[in-house]
Design a protein around this ligand. Structure first.
Ligand SMILES: Cc1cc2nc3c(=O)[nH]c(=O)nc-3n(C[C@H](O)[C@H](O)[C@H](O)COP(=O)(O)O)c2cc1C
Length: 178
């Protein structure tokens, strides 16, 4: 079995050309070779959360989500703010995690990709929900990295060296022994 650390990357945006997803794609690009990164791609396939369905056997997309969380050493989230909070689709994902134990004690951080001073409502909601999951929030890795869409290449990866350095530091802090 591999002992390499792995980071599950969760984007809160379904939008094509998402700047939040570009942050996570860039984190993948700058991750050290020994760190495995997995960009979760199942957000759109998750059913609406219903406690009646939060039983075995779980809906397949939910089982896949929980397995991906379970397999990860740590989780990095990048989600936009919609109407002062998280997008409903991403809150739905988080609701599916509350009934499981996979996130409990797992290092979790988020990057706020919004312009300076924006996105605080989404961050506050993330903090509240993560409190219910028992996640180990790595405060030093929760940072604001405003994304200038002009610096996102055709491959969805950010070219700005300062941003890339910041994201590399985030990964390091997320995985650092504490
Ligand atoms: C329906 C909707 C509501 C939004 N509400 C907010 C908001 O409350 N605060 C904010 O800072 N930005 C808000 N925005 C802007 C988005 O957060 C911003 O466009 C973000 O970059 C989208 O992320 P993405 O590029 O990853 O899709 C909103 C955008 C949409 C479409």
């Amino acid at each position: 079995m591999s002992t390499s650390p792995s980071i599950l990357l969760l984007s809160g945006s379904l939008r094509t050309g998402s700047s939040n997803e570009s942050v996570l794609r860039t984190a993948q690009a700058v991750a050290p070779a020994h760190v495995r990164t997995v960009l979760y791609a199942g957000l759109a396939a998750l059913p609406h959360f219903n406690p009646d369905d939060d039983i075995d056997p779980l809906p397949a997309p939910v089982a896949e989500l929980r397995a991906a969380i379970d397999a990860a050493t740590a989780i990095l989230i990048c989600a936009p703010e919609y109407a002062g909070t998280l997008p409903g689709s991403f809150k739905n994902l988080l609701d599916w995690t509350v009934g499981g134990t996979e996130i409990c004690d797992k290092p979790v951080a988020w990057v706020n990709a919004a312009a300076a001073g924006r996105g605080r409502g989404a961050e506050a909601t993330l903090r509240t929900v993560m409190g219910y999951t028992g996640a180990d929030i790595v405060e030093s890795a929760c940072v604001s990295v405003p994304v200038d869409r002009g610096t996102v290449g055709a491959d969805g990866i950010i070219t700005d060296e300062g941003v890339r350095e910041q994201l590399g530091a985030v990964l390091g802090r997320l995985l650092a022994p504490r």
